[in-house]
Design a protein around this ligand. Structure first.
Ligand SMILES: Cc1cc2nc3c(=O)[nH]c(=O)nc-3n(C[C@H](O)[C@H](O)[C@H](O)COP(=O)(O)OP(=O)(O)OC[C@H]3O[C@@H](n4cnc5c(N)ncnc54)[C@H](O)[C@@H]3O)c2cc1C
Length: 390
């Protein structure tokens, strides 16, 4: 295995993570992907290892590992060959509940967070809508409060894990966009029960991460108790943004681990595959793209670690470093997977070698949870001082 140049924060934790991942082979992940089967066994193992509660305080059943250590863990999981599917399986427990942790009531925290930490409560995050896209302020899913209950109607798209979620962190509008002075005002966040008699959920066919369902959701007369609101009415956007920086940092780590898994495989293959009477790895045409990809991964890895430390310390520049980490990591990781696929020749295109899966999976990080364009918009405005483009 190729050595990392930047050190792990917690080497023992990395070793312990490797031990857990040994039980989940490349064939396991391929089978989950091909059959659109949720990696239930791995999810259970993640709960037992304490990863699902990594960002939760111990009083809510969490392990308080913190972000720098979770970067180590997720890098190791994804590099084991689990790829983005393994990473996302874990981070879906970490992030949807951040608004509840930061803005929920004590009663909500005590009731739900321990169940998330053990893996007994699955949560989905429903923000995106077909006619709003990345401009969240234009969502139209409407929640109307009558007495102590909201009635919700609307539509969501690309919602991951909605098929198995028990609860949905659901972004709604309680006031029309035209009726508020700031476009992001007037939105309310609900911790809604996934009541299938009022929500119809349809899986979408997609390029990668086939093991984790992504869906369209039609919401028709869903009743949500007012006690399941997260934060203040009409201030849902503030609650929603809790944890966004942490999510970017973690996604960077997952992409980099996936990219390194591809490089590991390519280096091995380049040493073994003989063409023209010598190992292909003897050719600079094979060596250079891999060395370049490794360099780009290490550079992004340095930024990712810096961002994780900044987040942990509550540093004011965290948003900038987190965005820089994801910008560079998403590209470096895709380049690594693409070069690794090329090194494998025709074999790279075959499912038996697992590279094509990593390549498909890692492409996602350039689109979601935030697109490369929106990261550049942010950096151009906030760091370079150029006019806002969104
Ligand atoms: C596999 C997958 C899982 C997902 N899971 C979830 C989930 O669980 N919950 C959830 O709420 N959402 C989820 N999403 C949605 C994801 O966050 C959105 O895809 C994302 O917010 C972008 O919205 P959009 O796809 O409609 O793109 P659009 O808003 O239609 O944008 C299209 C393109 O135009 C670019 N663009 C738009 N405006 C500008 C501008 N001003 N300047 C430059 N470029 C611009 C965008 O960057 C993008 O490349 C998921 C998406 C995928 C693919």
């Amino acid at each position: 295995m190729v050595e990392w140049s930047h050190r792990a924060v917690d080497k023992e934790l990395v070793e312990a993570t490797r031990e857990v991942c040994k039980d989940f082979s490349l064939d396991y992940w391929r089978e989950c992907d091909q059959n659109s089967r949720y990696p239930e066994e791995f999810f259970r193992a993640a709960g037992e290892a304490g990863w699902l509660g990594a960002l939760l305080p111990t009083k809510y059943g969490g392990t308080e590992l913190g972000l720098p250590r979770m970067v180590d863990v997720l890098e190791t999981i994804t590099r084991s060959g689990a790829g983005m599917t393994g990473g996302i399986t874990v981070n879906q427990a970490l992030f949807p509940i951040q608004p509840l942790l930061r803005f929920g009531t004590e009663a909500q925290r005590e009731k739900y967070l321990p169940l998330v930490a053990t893996g007994d409560l699955h949560v989905a995050f429903a923000v995106t809508e077909p006619d709003a896209g990345i401009d969240t302020s234009r969502i139209t899913t409407r929640a109307v409060l009558t007495g102590e209950r909201y009635t919700v109607n609307g539509q969501k798209v690309y919602i991951s894990k909605a098929q198995r979620a028990d609860r949905i962190v659901l972004l709604t509008r309680t006031m029309a966009r035209e009726a508020v002075s700031k476009p992001t005002d007037g939105m309310t966040l609900l911790f809604a029960e996934n009541n299938r008699s009022a929500i119809s959920i349809h899986p979408m066919d997609k390029l990668g991460t086939g093991a984790i369902d992504t869906n369209t959701m039609f919401i028709d007369g869903l009743e949500v108790d007012a006690s399941d609101r997260i934060g203040d009415e009409s201030d849902g956007f503030t609650a929603l943004t809790a944890g966004l920086n942490a999510e970017r940092i973690v996604l960077s780590a997952e992409a980099l681990g996936t990219g390194m898994a591809a490089i590991d495989a390519a280096v091995k293959y380049a040493g073994e595959r003989v063409v023209f009477g010598r190992p292909i790895g003897q050719n600079q045409g094979i060596q250079f793209p891999l060395a370049e990809a490794y360099g780009a991964i290490e550079a992004a890895r340095g930024l990712t670690r810096e961002a994780a430390e900044a987040y942990e310390a509550g540093a004011p520049n965290t948003a900038v470093t987190a965005n820089l980490a994801l910008l560079t990591a998403a590209r470096a990781a895709f380049q690594a997977c693409d070069s690794a696929l090329q090194v494998h020749g025709g074999a790279g295109y075959m499912k038996d070698f697992h590279i094509e899966r990593l390549w498909r999976e890692v492409r996602l990080v350039q689109l979601a949870p935030v697109s490369q364009e929106m990261i550049k918009n942010f950096l151009a405005q906030r760091v370079l001082g150029l006019p806002r483009a969104y």
